[in-house]
Design a binder for this molecule. Structure first.
Ligand code: NAP
Length: 257
C-alpha cells in the first residue's frame, strides 16, 4: 500500500508507537490523519507536528472502553473526513505480574482495550471500507502474540487473540478488497515498557524503528510484520525447537513478585 494522498486513523496516537506511526505516515505523504487516544493535550501537540508536514490532522479524544461514544464519534469522523483508507489499531495496555498475583481488574482492562476496543473500531471502519471496496487494517499485536513468556500471561493472551482475529479477518475481508496486517513489535522504549521489568538479553527498539518497519511492511503488502532480528530468531526457534525457546524464556524472564 502506498500511503501517498491517503487518510489514516490511528488509535493510541498520543504516545509511544502510535505517535511514531502517525509521524512516519505524515512524512510519507499521507493527506489526512485522524488521531485517537484519551489525552487531548498530547494529541493536539502531535497534530501541530503532523501539520508541519502539510498533513491535515483531526483529533479525536476518546476512551476506547466507551463503546457508544466511540461508535458515534468515529462514524461522524468518517462522514466529515472520510473515507479512511488505513486503520491502525495501536492503542493497548499491559500489566506485568506473576500470574499467582494477577488482578482481575487488570485483566479486564487488557481485554477491554486490547480486544473489545480493537473490535469496536474495526467493525465500524471495516463496514465502511467494505462499502467503498478499499482499505487496509493494521492490528498491533506483539512478539508476545507469537511467543508467550512468564509474567505476561494475560497480556500475551490478548496479543495471541489479536493474531487469530487478524488472520480470520484477512481471509474474510479479502473479498471486499480490504487487506489486514498484523504488526508485531518486540520490546520498544515507550511508557508501556518503562513500567515493566525487562527480559534479559532483549534488544530494545525505538518507536521510530517500529513505525519504519510498518511503512516497509505496508509497501511490501506483508501480512505479518515482525520487528527486529531477535523477533525473527525467536519465532523461528519457536517453530523448530519450542522446548529450547521455553528454556531460554524461563531463564531470561524477570523475577516479578
Ligand atoms: N512497548 C512495547 O515494548 C511493545 C511491544 C510490543 C507491542 N506493543 C504494543 O504496541 C501498542 C502501543 O504500545 P506503546 O508501547 O506505544 O504503549 P504506550 O506508550 O503506553 O501507549 C499506549 C497508547 O494507547 C492509548 N490508550 C491506552 N488506553 C486507552 C483507552 N482506554 N482509550 C484510548 N486510548 C488508549 C494511550 O493513549 P491515552 O493514554 O492518551 O489514552 C497511548 O496512546 C500496544 O498495543 C502494545 O501492546 C508494545
Amino acid at each position: 500500500m502506498n500511503i501517498q494522498g491517503k487518510t489514516a486513523l490511528i488509535t493510541g496516537a498520543s504516545r509511544g508507537i502510535g505517535r511514531a506511526i502517525a509521524l512516519e505516515l505524515a512524512q510519507h505523504g499521507a493527506k489526512r490523519l485522524l488521531l485517537v487516544a484519551r489525552d487531548l493535550d498530547r494529541l493536539n501537540e502531535l497534530a501541530k507536528e503532523v501539520s508541519a508536514f502539510g498533513v491535515e490532522a483531526i483529533v479525536l479524544s476518546l476512551d476506547l472502553t466507551q463503546t457508544v461514544e466511540v461508535n458515534i464519534s468515529i462514524a461522524q469522523a468518517w462522514r466529515d473526513h472520510g473515507p479512511i483508507h488505513l486503520l491502525v489499531n495501536c492503542a493497548g495496555v499491559a500489566h506485568q505480574s506473576s500470574f499467582l498475583r494477577s488482578q482481575l481488574l487488570d485483566v479486564q482492562e487488557e481485554i477491554a482495550i486490547n480486544l473489545i476496543g480493537m473490535y469496536t473500531v474495526t467493525r465500524l471502519v471495516a463496514r465502511r471500507m467494505a462499502s467503498q471496496r478499499e482499505g487496509r487494517i493494521v492490528n498491533v499485536s506483539s512478539l508476545m502474540g507469537k511467543v508467550a513468556a512468564p509474567t505476561m500471561a494475560t497480556y500475551s493472551a490478548t496479543k495471541f487473540a489479536i493474531m487469530g482475529f487478524t488472520q480470520a479477518l484477512r481471509g474474510e475481508l479479502a473479498a471486499h478488497n480490504i487487506g489486514v496486517t498484523a504488526l508485531l513489535p518486540s520490546l520498544t522504549d515507550t511508557d508501556m515498557a518503562r513500567g515493566m521489568q525487562w527480559f534479559r538479553w532483549v534488544a530494545v527498539m525505538t518507536p521510530k524503528q517500529v513505525a519504519r518497519a510498518l511503512i516497509n511492511g505496508l509497501n511490501n503488502e506483508s501480512p505479518e510484520i515482525l520487528v527486529g532480528w531477535q523477533s525473527h530468531l525467536a519465532v523461528w526457534c519457536n517453530r523448530v525447537a519450542p522446548w529450547l525457546l521455553e528454556r531460554i524464556l524461563m531463564f531470561t524472564a524477570p523475577q516479578v513478585e
